[in-house]
Design a protein around this ligand. Structure first.
Ligand code: GMT
Length: 384
């Protein structure tokens, strides 16, 4: 039953990446609902920006000995999980990202077992841990094993679930629980002064946010924009930072579009930028869900994307935006111009927001609570 409060350990990457954001927002919401939440990770999660009596954060330290060429984070993490599970009497450990969190959790579980403590482990797959990293021969055996040893497994889209079964020998059921959004935080705010500063002649405003890795195909973002700009006065805002950024800055210079492109770097308040946007671009090569696109949609911004991974489960073709084949810049330009046409834009904006409501935090977090309870009950039944 949902009203039972639980003690939940959450292990995640504390960064701006989607998996860390989902884990942190989930923990915060669970705490607000009365559960006790313990974050276990190596630094303060980026979005853990509030105080609540039900949240604790436990930092994992790795002693640095000259002998260690690679600091053994996984072992320090497993030891910390053992300690917290034991002394905080956790009901469940929820780890986000297979590597190395699921395998560290497996080790913690085995250690706890020797002390007569049985704690179920739930692993949430976010995509890059499976589709990009996990398939690598250097990790595959550990990934397969630790998924199979988890007591519960969730994936953030149907597509990721299917891919996981395709590429790994998985014997477990995988439950799909999609990414979610806090519509109280991500909503279109009145930012006219900001919009006027960026688009003084009311140019259309295109936005992309990512970690600027190859998989995001930021080059396509810039090429799409350059072509849209030829047909329609427009500006491009790029939020985030990463390895591809210098190359992309050079590309803008080469295309002589620098006056219309702003690289904003990493930003806390993405929703403020999204509040002035007309169109979001996500031409990713792979994307298990596309949380950044959901954030845009919640701020009434339609989406031009590829059909990679789980994106079509979010961005409904012809309704909330359009999906194209990876790399089909011309198709994305054509679709962008269609949406940006004043005759179409209001409908797409309204549809984007309506779709975002399907992923409302108030609808999705109870799915995690029910899943935890089911896994805890199954473990108790097994233990007799
Ligand atoms: O997109 C990234 O590179 C970050 C990455 C991560 O692992 O933190 O995001 C993944 O997880 C997000 C949350 O579940 C999803 O919304 C993203 O689609 C997914 N990224 C990819 O699959 C490339």
């Amino acid at each position: 039953p949902q009203h039972k409060t639980m003690k939940i350990g959450i292990v995640c990457y504390p960064t701006f990446g989607g998996s860390g954001v989902v884990a942190t927002e989930l923990g915060k919401e669970l705490a607000l609902k009365g559960h006790q939440v313990h974050f276990i990770t190596y630094s303060q999660p980026a979005r853990l920006d509030f105080f609540n009596e039900n949240v604790s954060y436990h930092e994992v330290y790795i002693p640095n000995y000259p002998l260690f060429q690679y600091p053994p984070y996984e072992l320090a993490l497993a030891s910390k999980m053992v300690d917290i599970a034991r002394f905080e009497k956790l009901d469940v450990l929820h780890v986000h990202y297979a590597i190395p969190h699921a395998s560290a959790a497996y080790m913690a579980k085995q250690i706890l077992r020797t002390k007569g403590i049985y704690i179920p482990v739930i692993t949430t797959l976010h995509g890059t841990d499976i589709t990009l990293v996990g398939k690598d021969a250097s990790f595959e055996p550990v990934v397969t094993f630790s998924i199979n040893q988890s007591d519960g497994v969730t994936a953030v889209s149907e597509s990721l679930r299917t891919e996981t079964y395709e590429f790994f020998q998985i014997e477990k059921d995988i439950e799909v629980i999609p990414n979610f959004i806090d519509l109280k935080k991500f909503k279109r705010q009145k930012k006219e002064h900001f919009r006027a500063a960026i688009s003084p002649n009311n140019e259309k405003l295109l936005v992309h946010t990512s970690n600027f890795r190859g998989v995001k195909r930021v080059e396509d973002v810039i090429r799409i924009f350059a072509k849209v700009r030829e047909k329609m006065p427009s500006k491009l805002l790029l939020v985030g930072d990463g390895p591809e950024r210098p190359k992309m800055e050079k590309l803008c210079r080469d295309l002589k579009i620098c006056n219309d492109v702003r690289f904003l770097g990493k930003l806390e308040a993405v929703e403020e930028v999204l509040s002035i946007a007309d169109l979001f671009l996500m031409p990713s090569e792979k994307e298990s869900f596309g949380l950044a696109a959901l954030e845009a949609m919640a701020c009434e911004v339609p989406v031009i994307s590829t059909n990679a991974g789980g994106i079509p489960e979010l961005n409904v073709h012809g309704v909330t935006g359009f999906v194209s084949e990876v790399g089909d810049v011309d198709d994305m330009v054509k679709n962008a111009l269609h949406i940006l046409d004043d005759a179409n834009l209001p409908t797409f904006k309204a549809n984007a927001l309506a779709r975002a409501h399907h992923f409302d935090i108030d609808k999705i977090v109870p799915l995690y609570e029910q899943f935890y309870q089911r896994i805890i009950d199954a473990q108790l039944a097994e233990a007799g």
